[in-house]
Ligand binder design. Structure first.
Ligand code: NAX
Length: 324
């Protein structure tokens, strides 16, 4: 079987450390599909990445065919089938949000160009590095030869957090929960929406009430990343890697009948969200193509929150306009 070429950026970082070993265990593509890993890092991190390479080989995985390590994006994206764009610059001391957007915009515009030149035309690109939605927009805009639907920003960790929190509150299994949606930006303006959610077929809001939803559930999901940092002293890593695998697996293999997942994808104007923005929507996937779920009723409560996150994304876009 031909190996699938999987590119991972920020490969020496903590999310990648949780991701790479699961990839070679077959968690993404199953126990029979061989894979080649193509790993990108900044020059200073290449030595550390050599240690990760040794550990990957030391797993003696029958699925791992080879590992390419480079600080050159074109080398890493050459013939890539799948790309996880995880590497990004964290916010440094004294750095404003605008500066953070700017340095990352430059990274992702260069990587967009490299994908445009080198990746397979059928590549699927999942942007994890923050600010993920705007980074995905920049990557897509710098890769005009690729289909815009090849790019997604990861909102799956937020989605999984919301599903899990709802299941805990109801005392039910995660598998009893359906139709949770994350709308908007992967930031604290995201709108985790239970308006359409079902728990064992019953409306979640009828079980739990608007008050819990508005005053506990929404802020808890929005602030979950910050709470993990507070407790662990580091940002979410294993749960982020798990979400990246789940997001890519569903994008390739499809979503279950009767349910959806949340993905940051290019808006086509659905639900009045400005076309072109990378915005998290509920989507279904069939044959490798996502489709934004249509026809959901949007209450005034939801609309206000969806618009707030849309405005934040427009502001972010304005700050990096010169790279689009
Ligand atoms: P780490 O700081 O552990 O790793 C990042 C790695 O990226 C570093 O090894 C660094 O050398 C590398 N890097 C920096 N610039 C690069 C470039 N131009 N090319 C290649 N590699 C480069 O961060 P980690 O905890 O792994 O998080 C990575 C990113 O994911 C961060 O931006 C983080 O904010 C973001 N997250 C996104 C989430 C999401 O749900 N979308 C959740 C988890 C996480 O917070």
């Amino acid at each position: 079987m031909t190996p699938v070429q999987i590119a991972v950026t920020g490969a020496a970082g903590q999310i990648s450390y949780a991701l790479l070993f699961r990839l070679i265990a077959g968690d993404l593509l199953g126990p029979d599909q061989p894979i080649s890993l193509r790993l990108l890092e900044v020059p200073e991190a290449i030595d550390g990445l050599r240690g990760v390479e040794m550990e990957l080989h030391d797993c003696a995985s029958p699925l791992l065919r080879d590992i390419v390590i480079s600080d050159n994006a074109e080398t890493v994206f050459d013939q890539a089938d799948i790309a996880f764009l995880i590497g990004a610059r964290p916010r440094g001391p004294g750095m404003e949000r605008k500066d953070l957007l700017q340095v990352n915009a430059e990274i992702f515009s260069a990587q967009g160009k490299a994908l445009n030149r080198m990746a397979k035309r059928t590549v699927k690109v999942l942007v994890v590095g923050n600010p993920a939605n705007t980074n995905a927009l920049i990557t897509l805009k710098n890769a005009p030869a690729l289909n815009p639907s090849s790019f997604s920003a990861m909102s799956r960790l937020d989605h999984n957090r919301a599903v899990s929190l709802l299941a805990l509150q109801c005392g039910c299994l995660v598998s009893d929960v359906q139709r949770v949606a994350i709308w908007g930006n992967h930031s604290s303006t995201q709108y985790p929406d239970l308006s359409h959610a079902r728990v064992r077929g019953e409306r979640a809001l009828a079980l739990l009430g608007q008050d819990w939803f508005a005053n506990e559930f929404i802020p808890e999901v929005q602030q979950r990343g910050a709470k993990v940092i507070q407790a662990r002293g580091k940002s979410s890593a294993a749960s982020a890697a798990n979400a990246a695998i789940a997001a890519m697996r569903d994008w390739i293999k499809g979503t279950p009948e009767g349910d959806w997942v949340s993905m940051g994808v290019q808006s086509d104007g659905s639900y009045g969200i400005e076309a072109g923005l990378i915005y998290s929507f509920p989507v279904t996937v069939e044959d490798g193509d996502y489709r934004i779920v249509q026809g959901l009723e949007i209450s005034e409560f939801s609309r206000a929150r969806m618009s707030l996150s849309e405005s934040e994304l427009k502001e972010e876009r304005a700050m990096v306009q010169h790279l689009l």
